[in-house]
Design a protein around this ligand. Structure first.
Ligand SMILES: [Cu+2]
Length: 251
């Protein structure tokens, strides 16, 4: 079984900087819960653009959704699924709410996430010790990989635990992940956070049940989004971003 696992990861097509992490993770979970060979199927190139949700790839995640309580070990397994993701085109209307940035300034979400900007958005909370640190480290890498050709991209992270995530705590968190001018972290009232979570279909009832999801919007688009389910790596997010914003890549 070990040999088989490693041979899969030796495929140059799927090799990445996280190969060892993936290998260790795959060994750790013993391929019992998730199907490691499915990893090759979720490479962006293999998917029709704006494909229908590929349920096959998401077996593990779907399984989790039916559990009332996702314990720590399950969450850890989710983290070991880095690089495995699926995409789906969705229609979301950004709610007309005001959130608060790390400096305590009020931000109208619709002004930040508007038609003029390509957007990369997720939901996090600062005290999460499982998937959020992974997602935020990924966003840090995305931020670095945007480069000069994708200068108008906006990265947005919205707290799903606004009662605890004060602007000061969110600021410390943003500094930890070296958030630059392109990356806005937002908190606010619980009501407004819930409104946004529900608008993007990620409200999980309880913060510990949250899933790793990233949302992408093209420049010029309003309600049309690409939803990425799973712990996509930075290069994969950039690949999906470039599909939505092909002109930028050329510049
Ligand atoms: Cu989290």
């Amino acid at each position: 079984m070990l040999t088989r696992t490693i041979s899969k990861f030796n495929n140059p097509f799927i090799i990445s900087g996280n190969t060892w992490r993936n290998v260790v993770g795959a060994i750790a979970i013993g391929m019992l819960v998730f199907s490691v060979p499915a990893i090759s199927e979720v490479k962006a190139e293999d998917q029709p653009e704006h494909s229908m949700h590929d349920m096959h790839d998401m077996q593990g995640m779907e399984h989790m959704e039916h559990m009332d309580h996702m314990d720590h070990s399950m969450h850890q397994q989710q983290v070991s699924q880095r690089g495995k993701y699926s995409t789906i085109g969705m229609t979301y209307t950004v709610p007309d709410v005001k959130l608060i940035d790390v400096n305590g300034k009020s931000v109208a979400l619709r002004d930040l996430v508007n038609e003029r900007s390509p957007v990369i958005l997720n939901f996090i909370f600062t005290t999460c010790t499982t998937i959020c640190p992974v997602m935020s480290a990924t966003f840090q890498q995305v931020q670095e990989q945007l480069g000069s050709g994708r200068k108008d991209a906006r990265i947005v992270s919205i707290s799903i635990d606004p009662e605890n995530d004060t602007p000061a705590k969110l600021k410390a968190y943003s500094e930890k992940f070296k958030a630059g001018p392109q990356w806005t972290l937002l908190t606010g009232t619980l009501e407004n956070s819930l409104t946004v979570q529900k608008a993007f279909g990620v409200f999980a009832g309880e913060k510990m049940n949250h899933k790793p999801v990233t949302f992408l919007k093209a420049k010029g688009a309003d309600t049309q989004w690409t939803r990425i389910d799973g712990l996509a790596e930075a290069t994969q997010i950039i690949t999906e971003y470039d599909k939505l914003n092909p002109e930028q890549k050329m510049h």
